[in-house]
Ligand binder design. Structure first.
Ligand code: ADP
Ligand code: MG
Length: 401
């Protein structure tokens, strides 16, 4: 990924109508926002706009209204949370996106320094179709476009892609921080780089594994995903979760890694239980002596030491996927131990650490180290596509011109 994107420093925001693509797709229950993390992240950008008498006009999708006006998915519900987080009154602007003349009048009559939230962009089918006509109507509402929604950047939609080509465009502060962190992770990293990949299934992470083996010096495979590899290598994994039909694919990945000189680090021992539940009785097994009735729910103590040793050799670590069934203690043990080790190495200035993924963020929070990594991305799909090495249309659109 190149770092040739513009930032707020490249634009004159003074008195401008700034269309700010945010991710306001936040959880709402009984009409109230229950987690405002995504709103919190865009506050610095909003403040910079309104400080110089610009209007911050927020654009976002919300849920899946399927291209139709559906009051159930109105962004009006998040306006109070936007006001709370920014410490500034916020207004709402209704529109069906077919005709934006009313919205335009409302924006023009709002005083300088206003914070305004436009209606759900997905109320019009042109949003997900990346329709240039809809993008034109959106662009007619502002002078400048700023994208602060990395989590929506893997989608080429009218409000993330087409519009960026119609107005002076830049990354907001949250997007800028995310892109800079990712650049440190795989773009232009301190070497050697080690990747940790875990989670349940190889089938959901094929693209990610194939990209990583070309980019990193060492790849640790943990979680149930490791079972698929161990089985492919001819080892018994008992009753563990494993995708036995993917043996050929697993072996191909191992061969490609070898050709790319990427060291593959698989578990050497396992924490085995006989029931998939919290606090199930468990024992440690070497992988040469697995109980055919047992289930591998975590990597074992020898593997933990081996992984820590490999991390100590690395300058950068990228991580997606827990190493065990972390929701069920004590099978969170390896994930906790490794997460704390990464946090300590990061704190000591020895390691740049970047992690992301829905369950990975939950696991790092559970281990108490979410804020001790160099960067933890909460972007979900966009983060995974970045790890797969795919171009992100919303970011590419900021790199033009
Ligand atoms: P992310 O959401 O961060 O991308 P994944 O969804 O790929 O991560 O993987 C997380 C899931 O993998 C968790 O629900 C975890 O319980 C499961 N998992 C990890 N190791 C094992 C294992 N050995 N057996 C069963 N499930 C596992
Ligand atoms: Mg997941």
């Amino acid at each position: 990924m190149s770092t040739g994107f513009k930032t707020l420093d490249d634009l004159d925001l003074k008195g401008k109508n700034v269309l700010l693509r945010a991710d306001l797709n936040v959880p709402v229950a009984n009409g109230k926002v229950t987690d405002a993390t995504r709103i919190e992240r865009i506050v610095p950008t909003i403040r910079e706009i309104i400080k110089v008498d610009g209007k911050a006009i927020l654009l976002s999708h919300f849920g899946r209204p399927k291209g139709k006006v559906d009051p159930q998915y109105s962004l009006e519900a998040v306006v109070p949370a936007v006001a709370d987080e920014t410490g500034h009154p916020a207004g709402f602007i209704a529109t069906d996106w077919a005709d934006v003349s009313e919205a335009k009048r409302a924006i023009d009559s709002a005083p300088p320094g206003s914070v305004l939230v436009l209606e759900n962009t997905r109320f019009h089918p042109g949003e997900e179709a990346n329709d240039p006509e809809l993008a034109k109507r959106m662009a007619s509402l502002g002078d400048i476009y700023v994208n602060d929604a990395f989590s929506a950047a893997h989608r080429a939609h009218a409000s993330t892609e087409a519009i960026a080509r119609l107005l002076p465009a830049a990354a907001g502060r949250a997007m800028q921080a995310e892109l800079n962190a990712l650049e440190k992770g795989l773009g232009n990293p301190r070497r050697p780089v080690i990747a940790l990949v875990g989670g349940a299934k190889v089938s959901t992470k094929i693209g990610l594994l194939e990209n990583l083996i070309t980019k990193v010096e060492a790849l640790v495979i943990g979680g149930a995903m490791a079972n698929t590899f161990l089985h492919a290598m001819g080892m018994s994994v008992g009753k563990s979760l494993a995708e036995k039909d993917l043996a050929d694919l697993a072996n191909t990945i191992l061969e490609k890694a070898n050709a790319a000189r990427c060291a593959i680090i698989l578990p050497i021992d396992a924490t085995v239980a006989w029931h998939f539940e919290a606090n199930a009785p468990h024992r440690y097994y070497g992988l040469d002596a697995m109980d055919p009735e047992g289930m591998i729910l975590d990597v074992g103590p020898g593997s933990i030491e081996r992984i820590k040793g490999a991390i100590d050799e690395a300058g950068t670590l990228v991580w997606n996927g827990p190493l065990g069934a972390f929701e069920l203690p004590p099978f969170d043990h390896a994930t906790n131990e490794i997460a704390r080790h990464v946090a300590a190495r990061t704190k000591a200035g020895k390691l740049v650490s970047v992690a992301g993924g829905g369950d990975t963020v939950a696991a790092l929070t559970h281990a108490g180290v979410k804020n001790s990594f160099t960067y933890v991305s909460t972007a979900g799909g966009a983060f995974l596509e970045w790890m797969e090495g795919k171009p992100l249309p919303g970011v590419e659109a900021l790199e033009q011109g």
